[in-house]
Ligand binder design. Structure first.
Ligand code: UT7
Length: 336
């Protein structure tokens, strides 16, 4: 396994530094649900194959004219509402996306403008399915350094726009959606909020999961291409490794984990990650059946699922982990 870790561990090293606390989460799925049977009408596949190999039962596709920023904005408003904050409180917006509205400006800038937020900065992060963890790490670091006090971290995607609907090995796997969290600087002594983040990349695996287009190559958006089996294997080992690194870094063990929230790409990958880490099934959040792989949006979608069902209790230790194109992967440990 290559790649280098970047655990910040600031929670222990600098007692006076603020900690980033999650004060709101929210998500949004487009209205249009697409079942496996719907896809079986356009490619040679079946509901049985898709469920057996992936666990996916349906996905949602954005309507014509509905953009990544529309999805992200709705998730952001729900997260702000859950946090009882208005947009004026926000001084940092980071959007993790692989499917921005336009090549530039950042989708975060459009969300900032439409929210009516006027303070601080807004920019996008591109780390594919790991994007939300990368964005969370960036927001956390800026809060710890005093460069922001209240951050909106959004994962939003419209993968339906970059799927090849003649390639059954990829088009059944992905969906559109968005999720968001509000992070706020917290100065109290309680051990709550983000504990550490660990980020990794291995660019030698660029061609194993990529889009065959882009402004500098073909000029067109292109379509998702993937070596599914290699990605599957790497997803399991990398997510397991990054969670272990996070626990080791903080002197914690798997027994301390109350909830594991892995990237939602495939229920078989999620099961293998849980089994390898020896986290019991009932502590692993699984939502992939309802929305398929929404790339950077899966983790905040799963967090919202847990939050809305009041699964997370104060003091619970939550481990987030993801893997995606690049390859990129990483983890975040969070005390609820
Ligand atoms: O965020 C990371 C993003 N990507 C992922 O997480 C995906 C990781 N990879 C996977 O989840 C799995 O590799 C897949 C779900 C993509 C494929 O599952 P698999 O068990 O690795 O299947 P396979 O690629 O070995 O294909 C088995 C068979 C093949 O047919 P033959 O050659 O055995 O006759 C495929 O052509 O299944 C066929 N197949 C399909 N059949 C029906 C591939 N896609 C489909 C389909 N419907 N949609």
């Amino acid at each position: 396994m290559t790649g280098s870790g970047s655990g910040n561990g600031n929670g222990r090293a600098a007692a006076c530094a603020p900690r980033s606390q999650v004060v709101g989460v929210g998500s949004y799925l487009p209205e249009k649900a697409v079942t496996n049977d719907d896809l079986a009408e356009i490619v040679d596949t079946s509901h049985e194959w898709i469920v057996k190999r992936t666990g996916i039962e349906k996905r949602h596709f954005a309507a014509d004219g509905e953009l990544t920023s529309d999805l992200g904005l709705k998730a952001a408003k729900r997260a702000l509402s859950a946090a009882h904050l208005d947009a004026e409180a926000i001084d940092l917006i980071i959007v993790a996306t692989t499917t921005p509205d336009n090549t530039f400006p950042a989708t975060a800038a459009r969300i900032q403008g439409r929210l009516g937020a006027t303070r601080g900065s807004a920019f996008d992060v591109q780390a594919v399915c790991s994007g939300f963890i990368f964005a969370l790490a960036m927001a956390d670091n800026m809060i710890r350094l005093g460069q922001a006090t209240t951050a909106l971290v959004v994962g939003a995607e419209t993968y339906s726009r970059i799927l090849d609907f003649e390639d059954r090995s990829t088009c059944v796997l992905f969906g559109d959606g968005a999720g968001a969290v509000v992070l706020q600087a917290c100065h109290d002594e309680k051990d709550r909020g983000l504990i550490s983040t660990h980020l990794y990349s291995d660019g030698t695996r660029y061609d194993q999961l990529y889009v065959d287009g882009g402004p500098s190559s073909t000029g067109a958006a292109g379509h998702v291409r993937m070596n599914g089996q290699d990605v599957f294997r790497f997803a399991v080992t990398s997510m397991v490794q990054s969670v272990r690194d996070a626990l080791d870094h903080n002197g914690l063990t798997v027994d301390d984990v109350d909830w594991l929230i892995p990237h939602q790409a495939n229920s078989r990958i999620i099961s293998k990650v849980g089994q390898s880490l020896t986290v019991p099934d009932e502590k692993v959040i699984v939502t992939v059946q309802d929305h398929a792989n929404t790339s950077a949006a899966t983790i905040p979608l799963a967090m919202t699922h847990g939050f809305e069902r009041q699964l997370f209790k104060p003091g619970d230790l939550i481990a987030l982990t993801a893997m995606g194109g690049g390859f990129t992967w990483g983890s975040a440990l969070l005390r609820w």
